[in-house]
Design a protein around this ligand. Structure first.
Ligand code: DX5
Ligand code: ZN
Length: 222
């Protein structure tokens, strides 16, 4: 199956004082997705932004809002994030005890479903949920901060997840990789089966955005 690589820039590395302009610039540059990193200072040692910011900017953007919740017990806020304008809600497996219920609730609310796994979390945690999931996010850094280095064993994890998804009839599953993604490791990630790549520092630090998107796309084609 030929998959188009989707680049989802992480707003964590954008200019927070000019978020509306940054979103407009992404859209003008041809991006389709944008990645929101929501952190609660508990699940991860950092605090970023929440539903009111997403809601305000939803009115200003037609991008697909890919919302990565790095928060404890995300089931408390699913409706709030969907109402704010999340197109996809991705929760951490480590943060939600009744993960099947959480995923079912995201789908019931009408958003795409995603589950994120910390680097050391085994793939078996999501195995039985794959038919219900639109996306699995393989974290390639320990979440909390932008600008960290890619953890190499995650390449193997992506490959094994793609094989697992194919084996259970979930060929359309999006496999997202987040953390330390650069044009240098993009080709390898795509070959191993990833199709949605998140990039923060390696994207926003290199304008113009249309050119940077082309660099990632060329890297994905190998
Ligand atoms: C990490 C976040 C990521 C990260 C990406 O906790 O989920 O989205 O900030 O940033 P880079 O690409 O700089 O690693
Ligand atoms: Zn993220």
């Amino acid at each position: 199956m030929v998959r188009e690589m989707i680049l989802s820039p992480s707003l964590l590395s954008c200019d927070f004082g000019r978020m509306a302009e940054e979103l407009a610039a992404l859209e003008a540059a041809g991006l389709k997705w944008v990645h929101w990193d929501v952190m609660d200072g508990s699940f991860v040692p950092n605090i970023t932004l929440g539903p009111p910011v997403i809601k305000a900017l939803r009115k200003r953007s037609g991008l697909f809002f890919d919302v990565h919740l790095m928060i404890e017990r995300p089931e408390r806020y699913l409706e709030t994030f969907v109402d704010a304008g999340a197109d996809l809600v991705c929760v951490h497996a480590e943060a939600s005890v009744h993960l099947e219920r959480t995923v079912s609730e995201i789908a019931r609310l009408g958003a795409k479903t995603g589950v994120a796994l910390n680097p050391h979390t085994p793939l078996s945690v999501v195995e039985y949920l794959l038919p219900q999931l639109d996306m699995v996010l393989v974290m390639s850094v320990n979440p909390g901060f932008g600008g960290q280095s890619f953890i190499p064993f995650c390449l193997n994890k992506v490959e094994r997840l793609r094989a697992m998804a194919d084996a259970c009839g979930s060929a359309a599953l999006h496999i997202q990789v987040d953390g330390g993604v650069t044009p240098e490791n993009t080709g390898e990630l795509v070959r191993r089966g990833a199709d949605v790549l998140v990039s923060g520092s390696a994207f926003f630090g290199h304008p113009p955005y249309a050119e940077r998107l082309k660099t990632f796309q060329a890297a994905a084609r190998g």
